[in-house]
Structures are given as structure tokens and as C-alpha cells.
Design a protein around this ligand. Structure first.
Ligand SMILES: [Zn+2]
Length: 410
């Protein structure tokens, strides 16, 4: 069989349970979940867009790829990106991206064509015709990265979707996104591997009361300056927040991951897999050389019904809300270790991801687990590049900053 095309779909802020449940209905994406490998315990590397894409596209954790924040970092020039590897193998490569994924960050290296859409300045999904036209013009084999921003806050959906589901519009945005994708999926040639994932999850208010509490908490922190007088209360209020980037909770790091296409049988994979595994997995599926010196591994054996030794997932939160702090952590199906700045590590029981308890720190009760995961985090952290600035010109820095400001991040 000739080399398959690759359609890599990353829906921004798409958390795992958005696809793994019946609300909102997502029949188009579900079709791939039912016909291909559906990884039900996939973990994003970070909860911010640019570092997360950097991990998906290089197979490396942030210390090694160098994008450890939204601003002031760019992708290490030492690494080969997935797009570069596909281009070297004779693929046509194209990216349709938006939000903070600017060419200046280095994340789009290797894409022969890259179209960056302004996030909120285009009407909802009015750009589908353009994508369909591009698809019709591609010469096989091709690798297309499609980044969808419509599920990112503020959630947007056409009016007929808005009232159908609640949860502050998040579910409506996903329902509408799935509907929008139908004709795009239909236009894909048979010989196409389809990857569906989210770059990170999302925290959103579940009820109207929660929504109100979050608004009040934000106002209270601002006017009372609780951080100065009542640090404990301030911490509690700060936890009442929505969006992503500020933490590594399960809703924020667990994302859907589906890989479907020629030669891939329907299977549900329960094992933990990571975004850093995507590049080596697609390389194996498409017969590309095995990527070297990366953090991920191919999970093709799991797709074929085999097994792999368990490996922890390294994670980082670097969002602007952390006010310069970084949270690093590790996740296994049963445990999650988190460390913010130089504070003591906290350990939480995930119970095989069934009813995880992310409230009670059990580090002192399970010192051996905490020590093992801390050692892992330290090993990954030790691969860090020396940070010598973003490598951008001051004009490029200013452009990135302006974009982040437009997106409401700064
Ligand atoms: Zn994102």
C-alpha cells in the first residue's frame, strides 16, 4: 500500500470526557473512536497551548524542547520536528493553526505551508471552505495539522447550538465543532490516518452557582488583596478558576486521543499514553525512520493488542496565572505527584483514574511512591537546555506579546 496521508486534528481545550461521554453528542469524531484505536487514558504534557504543541510535534518534554512558557521561549533548533521528518520522507506538509501558535515560536518548523488564522477576528468556522479547497489540491502523501480554536474560551457556537447544552457554552462549542468537522472528514481520502486529540483539557463551571462563585472569588482577590493578608484564603480563592494553564488537575491533563485509518483495527486502549508518544507512533505507522533522543515511544504495540512496560508521564503547568511559578509533576494511572516552585511535593491517589482523589495529599503516607516519582521528575528536569532567551528578535518578541495580549493571556 502506498504511504498513508496523515490528518492531525488538535481541538484546543478538548478534555477527555467531552468525547468519552454522550453529552455533547459528537457523532463525527465518535465514528473514528469506534473504528480505530481509542486511547482512553491519554495525558497532555502541559496545560498551555504552545508548550503542548511543541511536545506533540517533537516527542519531547518541555525541558528538552525548550518551550517552557507562552512568552520568551522558542523551540530548540537541535530537535527534528514531526513535520520535518514527514517532509524528509517526501510528504507535503501543511498547518492550519491559530491562537498563540505563531511561526516565530518555531513550532511550525517543517511545514511547507502554514496558515495562521487570527483567533477571534474571524466568524465561527467561516474558514471551512478554505480547508476543503486545500484538501482537494494536496498531492499524496500529505501531512496536515489542523488546529481548531473554537472550543477555547470564550466558548463560541452558532446560535442554534447555544441553548441546547449548558455548562457555560463549552459543550455547545464542542457539539458545533463536531458538526463542522463532518464535511472535512468526508473529504479525506481513504488512505488517511486520522489523529484526534486536544492540546490540553479545560476547567469550566458546572453549575450557575459555581459560575457566580468564581466571579466573586476573582473580584474578592482583586479588591481585598487577600494574598497579602490571608495567604491561605487567597490560595483557596485562586483555586476557584476556569480555563487552563494554571494547574495539572485531571480535567486539565486528560485529553482524548484517537488514531484511526488504514491497517488500524478498532480497539480501546486502557493503558496510559502521552502526547510525547505521538511522533514516534506516527513515524512507525508511516514507515518513517525511528525518531532518536526523544522522551516518547511508539505505542503501536498497544494498538495491536500487545503490552508495553508502564512509563510515567511528565507534566508542566506554566500558565500566566501562576505568576512566574512553574508546577512540575508526574502521572501514573494510580498516582500523581505535583511540585510548585520550590515547595514540597504533593502526592495524590488516582486509583487507576477511577474516582481520583486530588484533594488529599498522601505524600507522607506513601514516601516510596513520592520518592520514585520525584526521581523521575528530577531526571526529566535534568535534560533542560540552558535558557538563553527566546532566540527571537525584539520585533518578533513584540509580535508574540501583542498576540498574547489580544488573546487575553497578558
Ligand atoms: Zn490550547
Amino acid at each position: 500500500m502506498s504511504a498513508p496521508n496523515v490528518f492531525f486534528l488538535a481541538v484546543d481545550s478538548l478534555r477527555a470526557d467531552a468525547l468519552h461521554s454522550t453529552v455533547p453528542p459528537t457523532p463525527n469524531m465518535d465514528r473514528y473512536a469506534g473504528s480505530g484505536a481509542n486511547f482512553v487514558q491519554a495525558v497532555a504534557t502541559t496545560t498551555s497551548t504552545t508548550p503542548s504543541f511543541s511536545s506533540m510535534l517533537t516527542g519531547c518534554y518541555p525541558p528538552r524542547h525548550g518551550v517552557r512558557g507562552l512568552q520568551g521561549y522558542s523551540l530548540s533548533s537541535e530537535l527534528k520536528t514531526m513535520a520535518e521528518a514527514f517532509a524528509e520522507a517526501g510528504y507535503g506538509t501543511h498547518a492550519e493553526v491559530t491562537g498563540p501558535l505563531l511561526p516565530e515560536t518555531g513550532v511550525l518548523r517543517g511545514f511547507a505551508g502554514a496558515n495562521h488564522r487570527q483567533a477571534y477576528r474571524v466568524p465561527f468556522f467561516n474558514w471551512r471552505a478554505d480547508v476543503l479547497e486545500k484538501l482537494a489540491g494536496f498531492v499524496d502523501p500529505w501531512f496536515l495539522l489542523l488546529h481548531i480554536w473554537e472550543v477555547h474560551r470564550p466558548y463560541r457556537a452558532p446560535p442554534d447550538f447555544e441553548k441546547r447544552w449548558d455548562r457555560s457554552g463549552y459543550e455547545a462549542a464542542i457539539g458545533a465543532t463536531d458538526g463542522w468537522l463532518g464535511p472535512v472528514f468526508e473529504a479525506l481520502p481513504d488512505n488517511t490516518i486520522v489523529v484526534i486529540t486536544g492540546d490540553h483539557g479545560e476547567e469550566y463551571p458546572e453549575t450557575k452557582l459555581q459560575h457566580k462563585m468564581i466571579r466573586l472569588a476573582r473580584r474578592a482577590r482583586g479588591t481585598l488583596k487577600t494574598g497579602k493578608w490571608l495567604p491561605a484564603l487567597d490560595k483557596r480563592l485562586a483555586e476557584l478558576t476556569v480555563g487552563h494553564g494554571f494547574a495539572l488537575h485531571e480535567h486539565l491533563v486528560r485529553v482524548p486521543l484517537i488514531i484511526a485509518g488504514p491497517g488500524i483495527n478498532a480497539t480501546e486502549v486502557q493503558d496510559q499514553v502521552r502526547h510525547v508518544d505521538l511522533y514516534p507512533t506516527l513515524a512507525e505507522l508511516c514507515d518513517l525512520p525511528e525518531p532518536q533522543a526523544i522522551d516518547g515511544r511508539s505505542v503501536v504495540p498497544l494498538m495491536m493488542g500487545g503490552t508495553l512496560p508502564e512509563e510515567p508521564a511528565y507534566m508542566e503547568a506554566v500558565g500566566v496565572k501562576l505568576e512566574g511559578d512553574r508546577i512540575v509533576g508526574a502521572r501514573e494511572p494510580d498516582w500523581k505527584l505535583l511540585r510548585r516552585g520550590s515547595t514540597r511535593s504533593e502526592l495524590y491517589r488516582l486509583n487507576g483514574s477511577q474516582a481520583p482523589d486530588e484533594k488529599h495529599d498522601v505524600a507522607t503516607r506513601h514516601p516510596e511512591v513520592a520518592h520514585r516519582l520525584e526521581t523521575f521528575v528530577d531526571e526529566i528536569s535534568a535534560t533542560a537546555l540552558e535558557h538563553t532567551g527566546s532566540g527571537m528578535t525584539s520585533d518578533e518578541e513584540a509580535l508574540v506579546e501583542q498576540h498574547l495580549r489580544d488573546l487575553g493571556y497578558l
